[in-house]
Design a protein around this ligand. Structure first.
Ligand SMILES: C[S@@+](CC[C@H](N)C(=O)[O-])C[C@H]1O[C@@H](n2cnc3c(N)ncnc32)[C@H](O)[C@@H]1O
Length: 202
């Protein structure tokens, strides 16, 4: 059953990234699958899951003011960001309400909202650091809520073996088209990360 869920996540991610308008057809089942997993997600995730994200965060030299963790699940990356950037406002969003319940319970000082990454409930340019670990990257929406010059990290814990995964060439092309530059690829453990910067205002 869990295998089926992993395969569904891969197919849904592919569709969401290549045909964002069709995403709404896949959204209800994606939400239900992750709602079901919420109570055991921290055990499922695996010890090395954060390695590529941590490697990318080592490259972020300016402390951000506002950080968004997209597809936050139980708030794992939001918690890492809070430890690294104690002065920043940290927000985590997830499609699955049960994940958000867990995140709020585990990180009472941080802000978490139920929201779809395809349509984020935030103003243009609201975040100067946006993080995704094993989450679906909707490039246009990431660009919209990214501040000019803001940083973006899209990391996958196990490269192509990650159920929610986007081929690097597709990701690079979509982020470049959406207005991100300075693309840098990293790997750590079995994972990969792409670090990017939103074009500064001209
Ligand atoms: C593989 S989990 C990763 C969770 C977390 N980043 C971690 O590493 O522990 C993917 C998460 O993305 C969420 N998700 C999937 N599609 C989403 C969307 N369109 N918008 C927001 N969250 C989404 C799921 O509900 C799930 O919690």
């Amino acid at each position: 059953m869990r295998d089926l869920g992993r395969r569904y996540a891969r197919v849904a991610t592919g569709v969401a990234v290549s045909h964002p308008r069709l995403w709404r057809l896949f959204r209800p089942l994606m939400r239900r699958n992750f709602d079901r997993l919420a109570s055991e997600w921290d055990k499922i995730r695996g010890a090395d899951a954060a390695l590529p994200m941590l490697a990318a965060l080592d490259r972020v030299d300016e402390a951000p003011r506002a950080v968004l963790d997209v597809g936050t699940g139980t708030g794992f990356v939001a918690g890492i960001a809070a430890d690294r950037f104690p002065g920043a406002e940290i927000v985590g969003v997830d499609l699955a309400p049960r994940m958000i319940e867990q995140a709020r319970r585990q990180h009472p000082g941080l802000r978490f909202e139920v929201a779809d990454a395809a349509r984020l409930p935030f103003a243009d340019g609201a975040f100067d650091l946006i993080l995704l670990l094993n989450a679906v990257p909707f490039a246009g929406e990431l660009a919209r809520v990214s501040a000019p010059g803001g940083r973006l990290v899209v990391a996958f814990s196990h490269g192509p073996d990650t159920p929610i995964w986007v081929p690097p060439e597709t990701l690079r092309a979509q982020l470049a088209e959406a207005g991100f530059g300075d693309l840098e690829e990293l790997s750590a453990g079995t994972g990969t990360a792409l670090l990017a910067r939103r074009a500064p205002r001209v």
